[in-house]
Design a protein around this ligand. Sequence first.
Ligand code: SIN
Ligand code: MN
Length: 266
Amino acid sequence: MPLDDTQLDRYRQEGYLVVDSLFAPAEIEVLLAAFARDARVEGPQRILEEDGTGVRAVYASHLRQPEFADLVRSPRVLGVARQLLDDELYLYQLKINAKPALGGERWAWHQDFPAWRIMDDLPAPRLVNVAVFLDDVTEFNGPVVYVPGSHQAGTLADTRRGPARSAQHLDPDDIALRPDQLAGLMGRHGMVSPKGPAGTVVFFSPQIVHGSAQNMSPHARRLLILTFNEVTNQPRHRGAPRAEYLVGRDTTPLVVAGGTLTGAAR
Ligand code: SIN
Ligand code: MN
């Protein structure tokens, strides 16, 4: 499913691109079953909501569940990511932001690249995010909101703010943008919140400003985000590298493989 020139131009201009129903319902069922298993695995890769009642995020499910390892190499994910970047790619990070029903908390307004520059000394924003809707996304369950075109504003945060919200990962709260920065960008560019059925995919730039509100609905909003980095843009890690669940260590160039996600034993 290669992107056409109109889609590529839209991604470059807006900093994001939506492809409706890129994965079929049966494929999403495969991923949800794998996530149900993975969300029960205790460890630092599993981050709970602050009130301890639900899972906020799970990192690196591809290291434990083969269904996600297959997804990483899928033509619809890796193939498209290759079109959006210039070099060969490896997986920098994979996370599932679970946003449980009736209370999954907000994600503060931020850009992703500052997190990786501050924490991993990543040289340049030569990455792409691939966000796969694991649930139907509506206006009620906390869709990600983007400021289109804001990826062209450069890197807007260069230090962490105050004490870390979590010892397990860098929560966007730690690099949240200031109201004056947001008001200017939103005044110029507006906001969009892609919604649609499970299986829809949003490709988005590591520099686009984005965030999301609390889940006000009785339905979870599980969102899987794969981040690919160019193999020539590896982190320089001033100190010890962060844990592997946060920063991929296998920098071998990925090769596109597979077709329909079936979850069949390999
Ligand atoms: C969210 O899951 O709503 C936030 C996603 C992100 O920050 O990349
Ligand atoms: Mn983000």
